[in-house]
Design a protein around this ligand. Sequence first.
Ligand code: CA
Length: 211
Amino acid sequence: MQKIFIVEDDPSIVESLKTALRQDFRVTSAMNFRAVKQEIEEFEADLVLMDLGLPYYNGLFWTRELRKDSQVPVIFISSSSDEMNQVSAMEYGADDFVVKPFSLTILKAKIRALLRRTAVSRLEFAGFVLEDSKLADVELSASENRILTALFKAQGEVVSKEALLHLLWQTDEFIDANTLAVKMSRLKKKLSSVHFDDHIQTKRGEGYALV
Ligand code: CA
Protein backbone atom coordinates (compact mmCIF):
# COMPACT_ATOMS: atom_id res chain seq x y z
CA MET A 1 0.00 0.00 0.00
CA GLN A 2 1.29 3.44 -0.85
CA LYS A 3 1.79 5.85 2.02
CA ILE A 4 0.35 9.33 2.42
CA PHE A 5 1.54 11.82 5.01
CA ILE A 6 -0.81 14.63 6.06
CA VAL A 7 0.64 17.91 7.31
CA GLU A 8 -2.39 19.70 8.73
CA ASP A 9 -3.03 21.17 12.18
CA ASP A 10 -6.84 21.16 12.07
CA PRO A 11 -7.81 17.85 13.71
CA SER A 12 -11.22 17.71 12.01
CA ILE A 13 -9.66 17.99 8.54
CA VAL A 14 -7.02 15.40 9.47
CA GLU A 15 -9.74 13.01 10.58
CA SER A 16 -11.86 13.44 7.46
CA LEU A 17 -8.80 12.97 5.24
CA LYS A 18 -7.77 9.85 7.12
CA THR A 19 -11.26 8.41 6.89
CA ALA A 20 -11.45 9.08 3.16
CA LEU A 21 -7.99 7.80 2.30
CA ARG A 22 -7.61 4.88 4.68
CA GLN A 23 -9.37 2.41 2.39
CA ASP A 24 -6.74 2.81 -0.32
CA PHE A 25 -3.60 4.06 1.39
CA ARG A 26 -1.59 3.90 4.56
CA VAL A 27 -2.15 7.29 6.12
CA THR A 28 -0.54 9.16 8.96
CA SER A 29 -0.31 12.81 10.00
CA ALA A 30 2.23 15.19 11.49
CA MET A 31 2.58 15.03 15.28
CA ASN A 32 5.44 17.43 15.86
CA PHE A 33 5.15 20.62 13.82
CA ARG A 34 8.77 21.47 14.54
CA ALA A 35 10.00 18.24 12.91
CA VAL A 36 7.70 17.73 9.94
CA LYS A 37 10.44 16.87 7.45
CA GLN A 38 11.93 14.25 9.75
CA GLU A 39 8.53 12.63 10.34
CA ILE A 40 7.86 12.48 6.57
CA GLU A 41 11.24 10.85 5.94
CA GLU A 42 10.80 8.32 8.74
CA PHE A 43 7.37 7.33 7.42
CA GLU A 44 8.87 7.01 3.90
CA ALA A 45 5.86 8.80 2.45
CA ASP A 46 4.94 8.27 -1.21
CA LEU A 47 2.95 11.50 -1.22
CA VAL A 48 2.46 14.49 1.10
CA LEU A 49 -0.65 16.61 1.65
CA MET A 50 0.59 19.98 2.89
CA ASP A 51 -1.48 22.68 4.56
CA LEU A 52 -0.25 26.26 4.24
CA GLY A 53 -0.98 27.68 7.71
CA LEU A 54 0.79 25.61 10.38
CA PRO A 55 2.26 26.24 13.83
CA TYR A 56 5.95 27.33 13.90
CA TYR A 57 6.69 27.11 10.16
CA ASN A 58 4.28 27.28 7.24
CA GLY A 59 3.73 24.76 4.46
CA LEU A 60 5.91 26.69 2.02
CA PHE A 61 8.84 26.36 4.41
CA TRP A 62 8.40 22.60 4.75
CA THR A 63 7.95 22.11 1.01
CA ARG A 64 11.21 23.93 0.38
CA GLU A 65 12.94 21.90 3.09
CA LEU A 66 11.67 18.64 1.56
CA ARG A 67 12.80 19.63 -1.92
CA LYS A 68 16.41 19.98 -0.75
CA ASP A 69 16.75 16.20 -0.95
CA SER A 70 13.44 14.61 -1.88
CA GLN A 71 11.21 14.41 -4.92
CA VAL A 72 8.22 13.10 -2.93
CA PRO A 73 5.05 14.46 -4.58
CA VAL A 74 3.43 17.28 -2.58
CA ILE A 75 -0.19 18.43 -2.91
CA PHE A 76 -0.73 21.80 -1.31
CA ILE A 77 -3.89 22.50 0.65
CA SER A 78 -4.60 26.20 0.43
CA SER A 79 -7.17 27.74 2.74
CA SER A 80 -8.22 30.44 0.32
CA SER A 81 -8.39 30.81 -3.40
CA ASP A 82 -5.44 33.18 -2.99
CA GLU A 83 -3.62 32.86 -6.28
CA MET A 84 -0.38 34.15 -4.81
CA ASN A 85 -0.25 31.29 -2.34
CA GLN A 86 -0.87 28.77 -5.08
CA VAL A 87 1.82 30.29 -7.28
CA SER A 88 4.24 30.34 -4.33
CA ALA A 89 3.44 26.72 -3.52
CA MET A 90 4.32 25.65 -7.06
CA GLU A 91 7.46 27.76 -7.01
CA TYR A 92 8.51 26.16 -3.74
CA GLY A 93 8.19 22.74 -5.34
CA ALA A 94 4.59 21.59 -4.78
CA ASP A 95 3.19 19.42 -7.56
CA ASP A 96 -0.48 20.32 -7.28
CA PHE A 97 -2.93 22.03 -4.95
CA VAL A 98 -6.51 21.99 -3.73
CA VAL A 99 -8.43 24.87 -2.17
CA LYS A 100 -10.39 24.47 1.08
CA PRO A 101 -13.15 23.42 1.29
CA PHE A 102 -12.13 20.76 -1.21
CA SER A 103 -13.93 17.79 -2.63
CA LEU A 104 -12.48 14.50 -1.39
CA THR A 105 -13.31 12.93 -4.76
CA ILE A 106 -11.22 15.53 -6.58
CA LEU A 107 -8.42 15.24 -4.05
CA LYS A 108 -8.34 11.45 -4.47
CA ALA A 109 -8.21 11.83 -8.26
CA LYS A 110 -5.29 14.24 -7.93
CA ILE A 111 -3.48 11.87 -5.56
CA ARG A 112 -3.88 8.96 -7.97
CA ALA A 113 -2.78 10.98 -10.97
CA LEU A 114 0.30 12.21 -9.16
CA LEU A 115 1.25 8.77 -7.85
CA ARG A 116 0.87 7.32 -11.35
CA ARG A 117 3.04 10.03 -12.82
CA THR A 118 5.81 9.62 -10.28
CA ALA A 119 5.66 5.83 -10.25
CA VAL A 120 7.32 5.66 -13.65
CA SER A 121 10.87 4.78 -12.86
CA ARG A 122 13.66 3.43 -14.95
CA LEU A 123 16.24 1.12 -13.43
CA GLU A 124 19.26 -0.40 -15.10
CA PHE A 125 21.54 -3.31 -14.42
CA ALA A 126 24.12 -4.89 -16.73
CA GLY A 127 22.59 -3.16 -19.73
CA PHE A 128 19.08 -4.37 -18.90
CA VAL A 129 16.33 -1.83 -18.32
CA LEU A 130 13.42 -2.27 -15.91
CA GLU A 131 10.67 0.18 -16.76
CA ASP A 132 6.85 0.28 -16.71
CA SER A 133 6.62 -3.25 -15.27
CA LYS A 134 8.67 -4.60 -18.15
CA LEU A 135 12.14 -6.05 -18.32
CA ALA A 136 13.47 -6.07 -21.88
CA ASP A 137 9.93 -6.46 -23.31
CA VAL A 138 8.93 -9.21 -20.85
CA GLU A 139 5.71 -8.14 -19.12
CA LEU A 140 5.90 -8.60 -15.36
CA SER A 141 3.13 -9.19 -12.87
CA ALA A 142 2.82 -6.71 -9.97
CA SER A 143 4.65 -9.02 -7.59
CA GLU A 144 7.38 -9.87 -10.12
CA ASN A 145 7.87 -6.17 -10.69
CA ARG A 146 8.18 -5.56 -6.95
CA ILE A 147 10.81 -8.29 -6.64
CA LEU A 148 12.86 -7.08 -9.58
CA THR A 149 12.58 -3.43 -8.55
CA ALA A 150 14.06 -4.33 -5.16
CA LEU A 151 16.87 -6.35 -6.80
CA PHE A 152 17.63 -3.61 -9.35
CA LYS A 153 17.71 -0.95 -6.64
CA ALA A 154 20.14 -3.07 -4.62
CA GLN A 155 22.50 -3.18 -7.65
CA GLY A 156 24.21 -6.44 -6.73
CA GLU A 157 23.79 -6.30 -2.98
CA VAL A 158 21.83 -9.18 -1.44
CA VAL A 159 18.13 -8.55 -0.87
CA SER A 160 17.02 -10.75 2.01
CA LYS A 161 14.14 -13.20 1.75
CA GLU A 162 12.46 -11.35 4.60
CA ALA A 163 12.62 -8.06 2.69
CA LEU A 164 11.11 -9.70 -0.41
CA LEU A 165 8.35 -11.38 1.60
CA HIS A 166 7.56 -8.06 3.20
CA LEU A 167 7.28 -6.42 -0.23
CA LEU A 168 5.00 -9.17 -1.51
CA TRP A 169 2.67 -8.91 1.47
CA GLN A 170 2.05 -5.34 0.39
CA THR A 171 0.40 -6.68 -2.75
CA ASP A 172 -2.00 -8.59 -0.45
CA GLU A 173 -0.62 -11.90 -1.53
CA PHE A 174 -0.18 -14.71 0.95
CA ILE A 175 3.30 -16.04 0.49
CA ASP A 176 5.87 -17.84 2.65
CA ALA A 177 9.51 -18.76 2.16
CA ASN A 178 8.65 -21.85 0.09
CA THR A 179 6.26 -20.08 -2.24
CA LEU A 180 8.84 -17.31 -2.61
CA ALA A 181 11.38 -19.88 -3.81
CA VAL A 182 8.85 -21.25 -6.31
CA LYS A 183 8.00 -17.74 -7.46
CA MET A 184 11.67 -16.92 -7.96
CA SER A 185 12.34 -19.99 -10.05
CA ARG A 186 9.25 -19.21 -12.20
CA LEU A 187 10.48 -15.67 -12.61
CA LYS A 188 13.91 -16.87 -13.68
CA LYS A 189 12.36 -19.24 -16.19
CA LYS A 190 10.24 -16.42 -17.56
CA LEU A 191 13.31 -14.19 -17.91
CA SER A 192 15.39 -16.87 -19.61
CA SER A 193 13.79 -15.80 -22.91
CA VAL A 194 15.75 -12.55 -22.69
CA HIS A 195 18.79 -14.19 -21.03
CA PHE A 196 18.35 -12.38 -17.75
CA ASP A 197 17.86 -15.53 -15.64
CA ASP A 198 21.61 -15.98 -15.03
CA HIS A 199 21.79 -12.49 -13.56
CA ILE A 200 19.59 -13.51 -10.63
CA GLN A 201 21.61 -15.42 -8.09
CA THR A 202 20.29 -17.30 -5.08
CA LYS A 203 22.37 -16.64 -1.98
CA ARG A 204 21.67 -19.69 0.11
CA GLY A 205 20.18 -18.85 3.50
CA GLU A 206 20.34 -15.14 2.72
CA GLY A 207 18.29 -14.05 -0.22
CA TYR A 208 18.83 -12.99 -3.81
CA ALA A 209 21.16 -10.66 -5.64
CA LEU A 210 21.81 -9.54 -9.18
CA VAL A 211 25.15 -10.52 -10.65
CA1 CA B 1 -3.83 25.12 9.19
